[in-house]
Design a protein around this ligand. Sequence first.
Ligand code: S3P
Length: 434
Amino acid sequence: MTTESQIILRPGRNLRGSVSLPGDKSISHRYAMLAAIAEGPSRLENYSTGADCTSTLRCLRSLGVKWERKNDADAGNVVEVQGSGPSLTASVEPLDCGNSGSTIRMLSGIAAAQNFSTELAGDESLSRRPMQRIIAPLTAMGAKIESDNGNLPLRISGTLLKGIHYAMPVASAQVKTCLLFAGLLAEGETIIEEPLRTRDHGELALRAFGVTLDRKGNETRIRGGQRLRGIDARIPGDISSAAFFLCAAALFPESQLTITNLLMNPTRARLLDILLQLGLRISVTQLEEIHGELVGTVQAEGGSLKGATIAGADTAALIDEIPVLAAIAPFTKQGIEVRDAKELRVKESDRIASIARNLRAMGAQVQEREDGLRIPGSQRLHGAELKSFGDHRIAMAFSIAALRAEGETMLRGSECAAISYPAFFATLQQLIEN
Ligand code: S3P
């Protein structure tokens, strides 16, 4: 267990400079899992440095997969995986998924198709998060899963799965990916319908590893039994991590920030539209496609911030960026309203409650609703004692709000930023103009 640390945050000024960020967390998890069940070696450059993606690698090692980290000054954090093919080896210990919802939900799709049983567990936060959303469809495919009323630990008795046609009740890319992975290892065809379009890294990663799948509207079809070939890849920088710096830049009219090698996948880049709408000046150059993923350089210049409403499909597309957008909302002119965001209550913390609690501690007016928030604009905030609630995105979001508060802020539980971005505070310091 990590001991709790705290950090003092002081008001800041413009963000200036150029950075390239560690690899996207969503893509890192998927590439590691597919590299594990592929044939031949894979080399994953700029693999996410976050603890969550290490949880995925550790679980894979427990399932008999061989991988090594290589340090390379140019290629960032490199992971070389020796593919095991579709059949893995039973783990003697329960798999520890740590804080990572992606690890447990997506890996369950692979574990359910093995000819052995796997137990999966995680930390206190993960143990509170809903797993029925994967238990129901994997059970329909033939797996036997025991849980504590839909919570961890999960005991999955793997089997030869059968393809299904499943309409997902919740918009979740983790669930979609879990079922595509299970479908890949199942007999027959699997058809997944999602209520809203969610991030498509699962589909793109499967194609990169040589799998054929069809996508029409919100429906994806995959045929079981296809073989995967290992790949060499450079993982684009994490746009959800970039969101903190872009929102920080937006707080100061003189900011000039460049982020190179950044993920620009259209199912993730809605953030840029919202920031443009708020008033940040943004240009994207050097767009290229790597293994189906769009990558580019983003240049952002501060301006004055208007307001925005985030609802419906936008909420699903911005689900990981809402904490930081909410944290800068008081500094916009008209404020920000977030609707249709019930899912935020079952993330690493109840994010609606965590955001409202910290904003109020800083003196802000906030309306908290069951499925969202209304944060009026043109407010002045003061430094305060804040909590991360053990949630990496809350820790980073409020480090940004603190830059525009009056006086110092003390953030308790700041260490959890390492779940997705260990170098966050160091990079933020480096970008803030002195
Ligand atoms: C993710 C999907 C989202 C997101 C999470 C990563 C993924 O979760 O919040 O950080 O990589 O598929 P849900 O699938 O629960 O919406």
